[in-house]
Design a protein around this ligand. Structure first.
Ligand code: ZN
Length: 312
């Protein structure tokens, strides 16, 4: 076992159970909460977050990793209330998403790594809540500023042992470049998950990454561009090729996001009424139909996330 930081305190990795590896609750932008709080309907995010995650819990979801960073308006108070109210464990992230602060673009990785390390070891936003994972993001490619963030994440990982979870543009094979940089930084590949990989159906790209030792996050469901059924066929193909113990599943869902238009926010629940339960209600039954067994599903949802935390 190892100890994993959740928003409500440290937990034994063996106790986290059925885990969704890449989700969100509230999404916004850096600084909005402090400056224009009326732009964020926090009460809605909390109430609806508790409702959706309570329902998810009643159908077996025990833990989510909320990969919202400061530039995604990460709000520890909201996450804490939703975790308390729903009973779902939430692991929170340090790191940086795509809105890299201009100030970071002119810094060195060694200027930024200590900031991540502090959030992993001391606390976030004046609370004692510690991050459990380091998030990085590169789209449509790894820019100069993006490389600074990747190297800072790598150094924070080496200093703390915390795992790294990435956002990629899979169709541009961004995962390949992320892995190159992590190898250059002597990161333990077994502690890296290359996310949004099920936006690609290129088996060569996906297995090539896993052959370098990383995990893959098939973490967009139902997703856009590639249908959820196609995503599930690729997933089953990867299981049949022997990669079923290197994959984690999730939705990249959020209860509420201030960067979405009002129309999109209204349409989302209609497009995915199952929200955090889409995988449970649709993907896992389809996997069983394709010929997967319950043990393989337990690997995806329970054992793999545990091994990702434990580095085993
Ligand atoms: Zn996300």
């Amino acid at each position: 076992m190892s100890i994993v930081n959740t928003v409500l305190g440290p937990r034994d990795s063996a106790s986290l159970g059925f885990t969704l590896s890449h989700e969100h609750i509230l999404l916004s932008s850096a600084g909005i909460e402090d400056t224009f709080p009326e732009f964020i309907d926090k009460e809605f995010a909390i109430k609806e977050g508790i409702r959706q995650l309570s329902e998810a819990k009643s159908e077996g979801v025990e833990t989510i990793i909320d990969l919202s960073t400061m530039d995604l308006g990460r709000n520890i108070q909201v996450i804490r209330e939703v975790s308390e109210g729903s009973g779902v464990n939430v692991v929170v992230a340090t790191g940086t998403w795509l809105d890299i602060p201009r100030s970071f673009a002119n810094a060195s990785p060694d200027d930024i790594a200590p900031l991540y390390i502090r959030e992993l070891t001391e606390g976030i936003q004046g609370t004692e809540t510690k991050a459990g994972v380091i998030k990085v993001a590169n789209e449509p490619e790894v820019t100069d500023a993006g490389e600074i963030i990747l190297r800072a994440a790598a150094r924070a990982h080496r200093a703390t042992g915390a795992p790294i979870y990435t956002h990629t543009m899979a169709k541009n094979r961004v995962g390949d470049r992320q892995v190159e940089i992590f190898i250059d930084e002597n990161v333990d590949m077994n502690r890296v998950c290359i996310g949004h990989s099920n936006d690609s159906t290129d088996i060569g790209y996906l297995t090539g990454l896993m052959d370098k030792g990383v995990w893959l996050g098939l973490d967009r469901y139902p997703g856009q561009g590639v249908t959820w059924q196609e995503r599930t066929k690729v997933l089953f193909d990867l299981i049949e090729r022997g990669y079923g113990t290197r994959l984690m599943l999730s939705h990249d869902w959020s209860v509420y996001a201030t960067m979405m238009t009002k129309q999109r926010l209204a349409e989302r629940p209609l497009q995915n009424p199952d929200n955090y339960l889409f995988i449970t209600r649709n993907v896992l039954p389809m996997l069983l139909e394709l010929g997967a067994d319950q043990e393989q599903i337990d690997d995806l949802m329970i054992h793999n996330p545990r091994h990702f935390w434990e580095g085993s």
